[in-house]
Design a protein around this ligand. Structure first.
Ligand SMILES: Nc1nc2c(c(=O)[nH]1)N[C@@H](CN(C=O)c1ccc(C(=O)N[C@@H](CCC(=O)O)C(=O)O)cc1)CN2
Length: 299
């Protein structure tokens, strides 16, 4: 049976470090890190995530501001709000919860955030810094940064000689995850829905990262014996065994069978998910410290 990574415990230790850094910043400069979270529309899951972000920001000692906008908000109105947050010196981090309702040009909204306040790490300036191996100068997308912390805790900082396969090529996760693994010297394959013999490609991975959004797609015979398996999927499926109409969360990995083959594996829930919010806090204190001429700790 594989070692199961406790994402909640790792996230709690990141939050503890962030809280200490936030207190130190306030003691030295009188400035509290400010995080503005913007949500548009009624998506229930997004509202749960945003509430958790605002709550966690307060717990870290931040000035936490939430803007809740109706689904009918226009592109111009949303970009005007971002512009006002860009100009607000008390706000060091801006996050626009995704997905936005269908009528928005999400990329234009993200690119309107100042790169130094882009705590989601999605602005082209931050994505470009990551791509060119500048891991200290920009802000790194939260979920891949959290997943990478698990990889570092398992394999150390240098992944020379290891094959890593990332299934998924989104800007939010797959591309930055591949870039982080490459920067740590892994030999990286970014696989996706058009990859031929996906199972065979995955079987070559010492580190297998699944972010496809298809419940329990990765099976035991896709996993190299002794591999590290990181599951980024969050899928809600029917769970009639729990009663009529009940559901449960599963990842992109068939956990029970893959745990028999892997040496280390993340669960869903309680694996990568909690790291997303913890690393958002880390990015916010990082942005606030930089804005005040201080060197942030590395998380
Ligand atoms: N602007 C952004 N939008 C979205 C991001 C993001 O990083 N930036 N990521 C996801 C949603 N997300 C945060 O926003 C998020 C997803 C999951 C979790 C989490 O802790 N999951 C738990 C299970 C939660 C549950 O019970 O439903 C877990 O995996 O243990 C936190 C944050 C899309 N949008």
């Amino acid at each position: 049976m594989a070692k199961v990574i406790d994402g909640k415990a790792v996230a709690a230790s990141v939050v503890e470090q962030v809280t200490a850094a936030s207190a130190a910043l306030e003691a030295e400069t009188g400035v509290r890190p400010g995080l503005a979270v913007v949500i548009v529309g009624d998506d229930p899951a997004s509202h749960v995530y945003v509430s958790s972000k605002s709550r966690m920001a307060k717990q870290c000692g931040f000035n936490s501001v939430q803007h809740t906008l109706p689904a009918e908000t226009t592109q111009d109105e949303l970009e005007a709000l971002v512009a006002s947050l860009n100009a607000d010196a008390s706000i060091h981090g801006i996050l626009v919860q995704l997905p936005l309702p269908g009528h928005f040009d999400s990329d234009a909204v993200i690119q309107s955030i100042l790169p130094e306040k882009d705590v989601d790490g999605l602005h082209v300036v931050n994505a470009g810094k990551l791509m060119t191996g500048d891991l200290e100068g920009g802000l790194i997308s939260c979920t891949p940064a959290g997943a990478m912390l698990f990889v570092r805790q398992t394999h150390g900082a240098d992944l020379s000689g290891l094959n890593a396969v990332v299934i998924g090529r989104s800007n939010l996760f797959g591309k930055p995850m591949s870039a982080l693994l490459l920067a740590a010297n892994a030999t990286v394959t970014t696989a996706h829905s058009r990859t031929g013999d996906l199972a065979g490609v995955c079987r070559n991975a010492d580190i297998l990262v699944a972010a496809v959004g298809r419940p329990q797609m990765v099976k035991a015979d896709w996993v190299k014996p002794g591999a590290t398996v990181i599951d980024v999927g969050i899928n809600r499926i029917d769970a009639p065994e729990r009663g009529e109409g009940k559901t449960r969360l599963v990842g992109d990995v068939a956990f029970d069978e893959c745990a028999e083959v892997a040496s280390t594996i993340t669960p869903v829930p309680g694996g990568v998910g909690p790291m997303t919010i913890a690393m958002l806090m880390a990015n916010t204190v990082t942005a606030a410290m930089r804005a005040n001429g201080l060197k942030p700790p590395s998380f």
